[in-house]
Design a binder for this molecule. Structure first.
Ligand code: ARG
Length: 478
């Protein structure tokens, strides 16, 4: 059903109807559209635009439609332009022409953006919940390896020994920041654009504050022109989704690498692996690779919307219809990838013996020699040079640092001769790890505390997520 046409001699060409049509994707907004319309009808009654009797008829019709939308009994058809037209058609076919009075005092321009905000409130929280699950999966795995020794990397080269739990727990931090960003997004963006009308405000409904409140918004946008043009909230959400995608891609890359024959650090459970159609022996880390790959589309969705918004005139322009598909796609991508990745992480089997065997390979204890000399009042530049000479010699002889003889060490720096006497522990991975006692460091005690803090932060996040979910779903109950 078309919501316009009075001033036209003919309907749109078929090609135009096809181009204009958004209902195939914006149907996802249907429950939110009904919700906003319900609140709007109350406002129309309160302001005397429609009679209480008609208001009741329309509200009853909308509620009936809502359950039919939920069950699938009512859906869009070939003639509907968008979700708003489809719902008005459904209402009118249920209750007759009076359904058309619901459109007074509002525009699709403020309706569509209000619907989208409500959709995002719900779905961003679903994403937040799934991120909490992933954080928990990492924290649980990390807890098992707070004493397991591993090589740490920079430039993908062995750098310094660490405990493996530190390596696993690091992923929790970026994901916790993602949760923080979501909470911040909600507090900034949960303000209503409804009441902006087409762009100048509504003459018939001068009480947008009340409608905002009824819809669960914590306030109202202050300028009607801005209200129908603003898509900051959409771009910010897409940034959050893209950032999550980046985090997942780095997790994916790590597991792909660790799962390679060359590393052999992790075995991915059968249910979270896939096979090859030609090579029967293959067991591939496809979930990790998809997590890595999906980041591309998540970043693409963000840049796509930003490009649409760049230089766009105020207030509503049809370009803004392009805001929805990237958002739906990013949400749906994350809802698919997050549970699979969490499953892969929580069922993965690590191989600590193999990992530990590599901890001191590549002269990862060289920093200990330099740090030791600094402790003996040697300037770091000199200490660094001396440690470098030790590496050069060990490399030449094909031995490890702790195997260098005391005569050689004394020749490099007099203070180094003591290393071979009693300071052997300094040149062990365990010694190096134990010395990193600062709260952010890799000592077992620090990592255990770090994981406890992650668990605390996740529990706090779970609280605000479920409180917000309750608040928003309460608003959706009709
Ligand atoms: N379907 C449009 C959108 O998604 C909303 C309709 C506004 N259309 C208009 N011609 N004012 O943005």
């Amino acid at each position: 059903m078309a919501l316009w046409g009075g001033r036209f001699n003919s309907g749109p060409a078929q090609s135009v109807a096809k181009l204009s049509r958004s209902v195939d994707f914006d149907w996802r907004l249907a429950p939110y559209d009904v919700r906003v319309n319900l609140a709007h009808v109350s406002a129309l009654v309160a302001n005397g635009v429609i009679t209480p009797g008609n208001g009741e008829v329309i509200r009853a019709g909308l509620k009936a439609l809502a359950s039919e939308i939920q069950s699938g009994a009512f859906t869009f058809n070939d003639t509907d332009e968008d979700v708003h037209s489809a719902i008005e058609r459904g209402l009118v076919s249920k209750i007759g022409a009076v359904g058309g009075s619901m459109r007074a005092g509002r525009s699709r321009n403020d309706l569509v953006v209000t619907d989208l905000k409500l959709y995002l409130n719900d779905h961003i929280l679903e994403v937040a919940q799934l991120i909490s699950d992933l954080i928990e999966a990492f924290a649980l795995q990390a807890k098992q390896y707070t004493k397991a020794i591993a090589p740490g990397f920079t430039h993908l080269q062995h750098a310094q020994p660490i405990v493996f739990g530190h390596e696993l727990a690091k992923h929790c931090q970026g994901l916790l920041r993602d949760l923080d960003r979501i909470s911040d997004w909600i507090s900034r963006n949960n303000v209503s654009p409804f009441g902006a009308g087409a762009m100048s405000g509504s003459a018939l409904v001068p009480t947008p504050e009340l409608t905002a409140q009824e819809l669960g918004f914590s306030g109202l946008l202050e300028n009607s022109i801005d209200a129908v043009s603003d898509r900051d909230f959409a771009a910010e959400a897409l940034f959050i989704f893209a950032m999550i995608g980046i985090h997942l891609s780095r997790i994916g890359e790590e597991f792909t690498l660790w799962n390679s024959t060359e590393f052999g650090w992790v075995t991915i459970a059968d249910e979270f692996s896939t096979g090859s159609s030609i090579m029967p022996q293959k067991k591939n880390p496809d979930i990790a690779e998809l997590a890595r790959g999906k980041a591309g589309r998540l970043v693409g969705n963000l840049t796509g919307l930003l490009t649409t918004l760049k230089g766009l005139p105020f207030a509503y322009n049809r370009d803004l219809q392009e805001d929805k598909e990237p958002l739906f796609d990013s949400v749906e991508t994350l809802l698919v990838i997050l549970p699979a990745l969490t499953g892969m992480v929580s069922t993965a089997t690590f191989h600590p013996v193999k990992i530990a065997a590599m901890a001191t390979q590549g002269f990862t204890l060289a920093t200990e020699i330099a740090d030791y000399l600094v402790g003996q009042a040697v300037p770091f530049s000199k200490a660094h040079e001396a440690a470098g000479a030790c590496v050069r010699e060990a490399e030449k002889l094909g031995i490890e640092l702790h195997e260098l003889n005391s005569k050689f060490l004394a020749g490099i720096h007099p203070k180094l001769s003591q290393i071979s006497e009693g300071l052997g522990s300094l040149l062990t991975a365990q010694g190096a790890i134990d010395s990193r006692k600062s709260s952010i460091g890799t000592s077992s005690i620090s990592v255990e505390k770090q994981i406890a803090m992650v668990n605390e932060a996740t529990a706090t996040a779970r609280d605000w997520i479920s409180n917000a979910q309750e608040r928003f779903s309460g608003m959706m109950s009709l």
